[in-house]
Design a protein. Structure first.
Length: 563
């Protein structure tokens, strides 16, 4: 309606019938809709936007399987949504020809014909060829793909014509290093893999960056490339780590009492490309340890590093106290992206005090060991998905000498499964066995013990253990542990957890039983405050199987995830 200087618009809405979709049918029935798309529709009010979203997902599925001309139509019958799929003819890549391939990269193609045609297939084909050429020193290579289609009654045959323009082959020119102030370049030559005159490879540049970053000698690494006639020169800018770095914290834990923790580290203070660190940890009720460690990265070769450590440790158990001085030499390497392997040797002098257990009081122990960790978690300090598997094997004594002869194997596994919203289900399983050799006795301080904030919560530290006739906890030669924990992130930095822990220590490996009815178990809840380096943790565990002299439950206040 028009009035003076005004136009009045009146909208008349006929809502029609309100429809909730109770069923979804697809014609033909052989075509299935993915479960997430079904949930968008079933039991929900009719929504053209959501229907189009489902149709788009179905069309993408058709294209992935070679039906490039596929169509999906919808029809509403009462409360049933009918989706009719018209696939059209299938496009099949049956042959290809290639030109300009001067280094025969086509031989490395993972391209088995015939294959359904899709854009993803073409992009993957280009990526494989370009990766081959850049690896062989052709950084400016380009790939073009043209298609020729022949139609018959049942399908459409696709022939691909691939043209490669390799460009000019390049080699590494100058490799310059800048930014070193106290570290002598000669002492870290083992960290560099880029050599002037070698064939250019982008993959090598990325690996060079990784080696320098993971050496932990530098706080910043930057690599710039400069192209000249037939050469690509690299300038590597490095910023050395701190000459002196100090951090620590003080706290209180129910198992450990007052806790003081400190780390002092220095990056190449003498200019030798070695990282020095001094770590100290005092726990009022559990003892202390101090570790001096020297680490030389990428030595003796690029994939390895060596370390030497001196450890002074006191451990306070329920029935005894042990003092140790340990000298450790280890060599480690990273295999692939997630696997780390370590070979090491230890010499330890150990003394047992404050005990009525019938055992030797002084020991000299020599040990060789192998350990590996395969870690696919998305984060080390605060993981939310992925898994980790660890394995360690050690041999003490025998040809190495010392006062005891035995071998030990330990394995642990952790799996993190994201559930709805911000909930994570964490599973942990661990097992360990040790056996004496030639009738030797395994020292009481080396045996297995469970209980405490990191194993079976609700029990006092080290009290899940076989006992002697005097009631002393003397440890065992085998153990098993199992945990299930559900973690709820209800605030940005706050997490609530429900858990079940179970485990037992057995006198001999032959006594090991998998029956959880024979294990010590607990249920409980926890509250965590998440920090960038891990959570501050409060847990309460309720014992399902009691230990004489201990109450029904126990509070644990500690730092870090229990597993």
């Amino acid at each position: 309606e028009e009035k003076e200087k005004k136009a009045i618009l009146t909208f008349i809405i006929n809502e029609g019938k309100y429809v909730v979709i109770n069923d979804v049918k697809v014609i033909p029935e052989s075509f299935e809709i993915p479960e997430p798309e079904i949930k968008l529709l079933l039991g929900k009010p009719f929504s053209l936007e959501k229907i189009n979203q489902v149709i788009t997902a179905m069309k993408l599925g058709l294209m992935k399987n070679g039906y490039r001309d596929g169509k999906v139509l919808y029809q509403l019958k009462e409360k049933t949504l009918v989706l009719k799929v018209m696939t059209g003819k299938k496009y099949i890549v049956e042959s290809f020809s290639i030109s300009g391939d001067v280094i025969s990269c086509y031989k490395k193609l993972k391209f088995n014909l015939p294959v359904p045609y899709s854009k993803k297939i073409i992009e993957k084909l280009k990526e494989q060829l370009l990766a081959c050429y850049t690896e062989k020193g052709y950084p400016d290579a380009s790939v073009k793909v043209k298609e020729r289609i022949e139609e018959n009654k049942e399908k459409k045959s696709v022939h691909l014509t691939i043209s490669i323009n390799p460009g000019k082959r390049c080699r590494f020119g100058y490799v310059l290093v800048d930014g070193l102030k106290r570290t002598r370049l000669k002492t870290i030559e083992n960290l560099f893999i880029l050599k002037p005159g070698n064939r250019y490879s982008r993959k090598k540049v990325v690996k060079q960056y990784t080696i320098l970053s993971e050496s932990r000698l530098f706080s910043k690494v930057n690599i710039d490339s400069f192209k000249t006639d037939g050469c690509i020169s690299e300038i590597i800018m490095l910023k050395e780590g701190q000459r002196l770095h100090i951090k620590g914290f003080a706290g209180y834990g129910t198992d450990s009492g007052y806790v003081l923790n400190g780390l002092l580290s220095s990056t190449s203070p003498l200019g030798l490309g070695i990282k020095y660190s001094l770590f100290g940890n005092y726990r009022q009720k559990e003892g202390y340890d101090a570790v001096l460690r020297l680490t030389k990265p990428a030595f003796p070769s690029k994939d390895y590093e060596i370390s030497y450590a001196i450890v002074k440790k006191e451990q306070i158990y329920e029935s005894f106290t042990t003092d140790r001085i340990i000298y450790n030499f280890a060599i480690s390497r990273s295999r692939l992206k997630h696997l780390k392997q370590t070979w090491g040797m230890e010499v330890a002098r150990e003394k047992v005090t404050e005990t009525s257990i019938k055992t030797e009081k002084n020991f000299v122990k020599r040990t060789i060991y192998y350990a590996q960790i395969y870690d696919r978690r998305n984060n080390v300090s605060n993981p939310s998905k992925g898994y980790m598997i660890g394995l360690k094997f050690s041999l003490s004594g025998c040809v190495l000498g010392g006062d005891t002869d035995y071998y030990m194997t330990k394995m642990k596994a952790l799996y993190l499964l994201p559930l709805f919203r911000k909930t994570v289900l964490a599973l942990r399983a661990g097992i360990g066995i040790m056996e004496p050799i030639r009738g030797s006795n395994i020292p009481v301080q080396d045996r297995f013990y469970l209980g405490g904030a990191e194993s079976v919560r609700g029990y006092k530290y080290g009290t899940i253990s076989p006992m002697d006739e005097k009631g002393n906890f003397i440890g065992g030669n085998a153990y098993g542990v199992l945990s299930v924990e559900e973690r709820f992130n209800f605030k940005k930095n706050l997490q609530f957890a429900l858990f079940y822990d179970s485990g037992n220590v057995f006198p001999q490996t032959k006594d090991f039983k998998l029956s959880l009815s024979d294990w010590y178990s607990s249920v409980g809840f926890g509250l965590r405050y998440i920090t960038p380096v891990g959570p501050l943790r409060f847990d309460y565990g309720y014992k399902l199987k009691r230990i004489p002299g201990q109450g029904r439950g126990r509070i644990h206040i500690s730092f870090g995830f229990p597993f």
